[in-house]
Design a protein around this ligand. Structure first.
Ligand code: AMO
Length: 434
């Protein structure tokens, strides 16, 4: 619509055409008001029954809530109107009539449960609070891309249909690929590593990953969006620096550019971009600190993964984002490098939000023989990964990298209870459509 004016831009004195959804109609007898909503806000449209064309008034006061209308008229100052201006229409067109039986109420007056909201995301995302989450998610991705460009990283896209898994064999979704078994990719891990050995050197990807997770939880999805980073000629410490920079850039951008959205979510007062260096605790220190909280029934010992309650106890103790470094090799994947002087200790790390893990990463094994040995130790057949290992014979530089889950980043940033709030159309054990 070429001549459309957004409601937020309609100024007294304009003769304007606004278009959007009927938020509500209030019929007060001699006068009636239609509140029209678009992506920028709302505007009041006034119908004076005795003074206006009957057909125009009839259309305006009988239109169903959430119908799409286009209204043209004079914009005037009106103190009593919710936004201080109102439109006196000379025409109204109903562009799409809405059924009077709505599956959920976008005005938010009647609450709907999450499942109903997800079944009707179109209507749900008409609510300013829901829309705010996705505006912020988009700002996070914009800021992250900008940050990556500022550190000389090139955006890449890698295949999502693959021949082998990388993050543990049990979580793969099989698909049939021209009669052959293939899988939906769990991570761009091997591809991004292959690209640090190319002339690109430093790469990132924002894309979907697929995992047939065992459990339906408030923090797991079966299709998630990952932000992957990988760079040649850096070690795990430098990779953590970039990781920390990315997180701070995302928070700062939201703080700077999304105040309205934060306000809608009730977060404007408390939202703060993290400052200061994130603590880097070794795994050993982490388990000692968890044990010292006395929150767990059983003490953790070397080699244990950190249980959810342990992460929570440590998160409460630390009180902000922090890294856990120097993990036992046996609980990190084959592509993570071990310390040369201690093969039990790896250069893997996690970035934690006090509520949960956000990132995994590490220094990678770039030496061919050690890499192939790592496959064998994890019970994987190196022959299946020949397309990957082969490239390590032709000059693979030392490299490191990491990956964020976008939904967990948004979930923790906005203190959402359920990860599904941060994805438009979640895929979980019960949900394959919409
Ligand atoms: P990892 O498996 O730890 O590491 O995944 C990285 C981050 O992705 C997010 N994530 C998920 N989010 C929602 N639902 C899921 N099912 C899910 N699985 C993972 C988490 C997690 O911290 N290749 C490595 C990364 C690397 O070393 O570069 C990897 O995939 O936030």
């Amino acid at each position: 619509m070429k001549d459309r004016t957004f409601t937020a831009d309609a100024e007294p004195g304009d003769h304007a055409t606004v278009a959007g959804w009927v938020h509500e109609v209030r019929d007060l007898g001699g006068i009636a008001f239609l509140i029209l909503r678009d992506k920028t806000g709302k505007i009041q449209v006034k119908f004076e029954k005795d003074e206006m064309d009957d057909e125009l008034v009839e259309t305006g006061i009988n239109v169903q809530r959430e119908s799409v209308v286009q209204v043209t008229g004079d914009v005037e100052e009106e103190e009593r109107a919710p936004t201080g201006v109102e439109v006196t229409p000379d025409s109204i067109e109903v562009m799409a009539e809405a059924d009077p039986q709505l599956p959920l109420d976008p005005s938010g007056k009647v609450d709907a449960d999450l499942s109903t909201r997800l079944d009707n995301r179109t209507l749900d995302a008409r609510k300013p609070e829901t829309k705010a989450i996705f505006e912020i998610r988009a700002e996070v991705l914009r800021a992250v891309r900008e940050y990556f460009r500022s550190v000389g990283s090139t955006e890449i896209n890698t295949p999502k249909i693959v021949a082998t898994g990388t993050e543990g064999g049990t979580e793969l979704f099989p698909v049939t690929y021209f009669g052959e078994e293939a899988f939906m990719n769990q991570s761009p891990q091997l591809f991004k590593q292959l690209m640090v050995g190319s002339g690109l050197e430093r790469v990132f990807e924002v894309g979907p990953i697929f995992r047939a997770e065992e459990h339906n939880t408030p923090r797991h999805l079966n299709e998630a969006t990952m932000i992957d980073f990988e760079s040649a000629f850096i070690d795990h410490e430098e990779a953590m620096d970039v990781c920390e920079g990315t997180l701070k850039a995302a928070y700062s951008a939201v703080e700077e550019n999304c105040q309205e959205e934060l306000e809608l979510l009730g977060l404007a007062d408390e939202f703060e971009a993290p400052s200061g260096d994130f603590p880097r605790l070794t795994y050993e220190e982490a388990i000692e600190r968890i044990n010292a909280t006395g929150e767990l029934d059983e003490q953790l010992v070397w080699g244990d993964d950190l249980p959810t309650e342990g992460e929570k106890a440590l998160g409460d103790d630390v009180g902000g984002h922090y890294f856990v470094t120097d993990w036992p090799s046996e609980i990190k994947p084959f592509y993570i490098q071990d310390y040369d002087d201690d093969s039990e200790l790896s250069k893997g790390f996690d970035l934690m939000h006090p509520r949960m893990e956000l990132v995994s990463g590490g220094q990678r094994e770039h030496r061919y023989d050690a890499l192939v040995e790592g496959f064998k130790q994890q019970g994987l057949d190196p022959d299946q990964f020949e397309y990957y290992t082969k490239m390590f014979k032709y000059g693979m530089p030392p490299h490191a990298g990491w990956a964020y889950g976008v939904e967990r980043l948004v979930m923790t940033m906005l203190d959402l209870d359920n990860i599904r709030e941060a994805v438009l159309f979640p895929r979980d054990r019960q949900r394959l459509s919409p």
